[in-house]
Each structure stands twice: as structure tokens, then as C-alpha cells.
Write a protein that binds this ligand. Structure first.
Ligand code: AMP
Length: 287
């Protein structure tokens, strides 16, 4: 390959900032301006293509880029055969089938014969066809949630994260069609130099995603409390236990703890006799 490997990433919208933050945390050094479509990464043999989130999959499928970051929902909707190299842990949402609050519809089979407005017509059509439920899809680019009010549709299929937009629009969720989050995609079956770059990117991005779910915890503790403390932090691996130079009755303990568990674990550590407890973020983690 004569040109650099390219990664297509969102140039606007919800996934733009978290994607740039992920790439920077993974150690890629690049400048992002509002105008440039293509930006070289300074420290890795990679070029970033800033494109619309919904165009990322096409760019990769057409061979314009070898890698891309987009939403899983958009990959499903694009209906192209790409590898999902890695789930990235942000941009989480659900593609949800919903009806107006006063609709008699209570389950998916009752969507039969209904008009369903959606910005995901392919995914919606395939989902209902597989269930043997015959619907009419009304493809819309945006403002899907107002379609029933306008009389354009009887139901919708749309992305939801908190659910508040649906609530405000008087809609009631009936079923989840797809769980989505941002994903790293690549062309299938790459090897050689391109394959090596794809593997390198996957490792670097997964290291950041894994690190975000963990915290590094350090503390001092009485040596005789060690068993109790080890039971409180079953952790990632056995903790490191280091003797303190001037206090034979105490040790320093270092461990990795799930970020979600920190606030239940800390009071227990304190009660077990730990002191000087420090909780630190981790930049990257390779298990
Ligand atoms: P954009 O339209 O460029 O802001 O990006 C939309 C993408 O962001 C979607 O395709 C999803 O992958 C993701 N996303 C995450 N949460 C939501 C949400 N609540 N509504 C719409 N898109 C979401």
C-alpha cells in the first residue's frame, strides 16, 4: 500500500467529541480543525478522515478508509459486511419501537398493518420481517418522534438513551430492537501491513476502554488485616503487597478495582484498618 492507512471518524454530532477524546487518550497526536477532511496522525502511520457519522461505514466498505468509528446502529443500517473490531463503551443507546401513549398496541405482533416511521428503515424492515410482522416503514431523516402526532405514522422506531424525548412526545416504548454503542469497524480479512495497523489500533483503543472501567487503588494497612482486605478487593489480579521500610506492622497494598465498585469498597477498606487510601484513574490497561 502506497498511502497511509486511513480511519474514518465522525466530524460532527454526538460521537465527534468522545471519539476525539478516545483517540487522544490512546496516544494519537493530531490536530483537528473544522475545515480539514483529512488529518495525518503525527506519531502513528495513520490518517484520520473526518466524515459524517452515517457515512463512516460506506467509506470503509468502499475502501476509502480501512478503519472507522461509528454507531453499531449505523453499521446495521448500512447493511455492509464489516468487522466489528471493538466495542468502545460510549454513544450507548437503544433502537426502540414505540407507540403513542393512547395506542392500543401492547406488543410487537400488534404492529402488523401499522405505519412505522424511522430513520433506520433497513434495520426496522428486517427486524419485523424476521418476526413475520407485516409493517409499512415510513423512512424519515429526523424528528421521527413527532411523526405520530403529525398523523404520518402509527408508531416509530427510534434511538433512545434516557427515554425522556419519547416521554415528552407522549410515546410509550414497546420493545428494544437493537442495543447500540460506538464501535471500531474495519474491512474484513486484512493482513500484512494494514492488518498490523488494524491490530495495533484495536489494542490501543481497547486499552483505553478497559482502563475507563477501572481505578488504581493504593493504601497502607496493618499486616494482620491483609486477608480481610484481599477478600474486600477480589480485583483484577492478586494485589501487590509491599512492606513499609520503617513500619514492620504495616504493608502498602496496590490493586485495580472496578470503577463501579469503588464507592462500596472504600468504606469497607477503611473499616478493615486501611489508611492513606488513594484512588487514581488509569490511562490505559492491557490485561
Ligand atoms: P449524530 O446524529 O451525528 O449526532 O449521531 C448519532 C449517533 O449517535 C447514533 O447513530 C447513535 O449511534 C449515537 N447515539 C447515542 N445516543 C443517541 C441518542 N439518544 N439519540 C440518537 N443517537 C444517539
Amino acid at each position: 500500500m502506497t498511502r497511509r492507512v486511513r480511519m474514518a471518524v465522525p466530524n460532527k454530532g454526538r460521537l465527534k467529541d468522545p471519539t476525539a477524546a478516545l483517540l487522544r487518550q490512546a496516544g494519537l497526536v493530531f490536530e483537528q480543525t473544522d475545515r480539514a477532511l483529512s488529518v495525518p496522525v503525527r506519531n502513528v502511520d495513520l490518517e484520520l478522515l473526518f466524515v459524517r457519522t452515517e457515512d463512516v461505514c460506506e467509506m470503509v466498505a468502499d475502501g476509502v478508509a480501512e478503519l472507522g468509528i461509528t454507531g453499531l446502529d449505523l453499521l446495521t443500517e448500512a447493511n455492509v459486511d464489516l468487522d466489528v473490531v471493538s466495542e468502545l463503551g460510549y454513544g450507548r443507546c437503544r433502537l426502540t419501537a414505540a407507540v403513542p401513549n393512547d395506542s392500543p398496541i401492547g406488543e410487537l405482533s400488534e404492529f402488523a398493518g401499522q405505519r412505522v416511521a424511522t430513520a433506520h428503515p433497513h434495520t426496522t424492515g428486517t427486524f419485523f420481517a424476521e418476526k413475520g410482522v407485516d409493517i409499512t416503514t415510513i423512512p424519515l431523516r429526523g424528528s421521527v418522534e413527532v411523526a405520530p402526532k403529525l398523523g404520518v405514522a402509527d408508531a416509530i422506531v427510534d434511538l433512545v438513551s434516557s427515554g425522556s424525548t419519547m416521554k415528552v412526545n407522549g410515546l410509550r416504548p414497546v420493545a428494544t430492537i437493537l442495543e447500540s454503542q460506538a464501535v471500531l469497524v474495519s474491512v474484513r480479512g486484512v493482513n500484512g501491513e494494514v492488518g498490523a495497523t488494524v491490530a495495533q489500533m484495536a489494542t490501543m483503543l481497547q486499552a483505553v476502554v478497559a482502563a475507563r472501567r477501572k481505578r488504581y487503588v493504593l493504601m497502607n494497612a496493618p499486616t494482620n488485616a491483609l486477608d480481610e482486605i484481599e477478600a474486600i478487593i477480589p480485583g483484577f489480579d492478586a494485589p501487590s503487597v509491599v512492606p513499609l521500610a520503617h513500619d514492620p506492622g504495616k504493608v502498602a497494598i496496590h490493586s485495580v478495582v472496578d470503577a463501579d465498585d469503588v464507592w462500596t469498597v472504600l468504606p469497607k477498606l477503611k473499616a478493615a484498618g486501611a489508611s492513606g487510601i488513594l484512588v487514581l484513574p488509569i490511562e490505559q490497561l492491557i490485561a
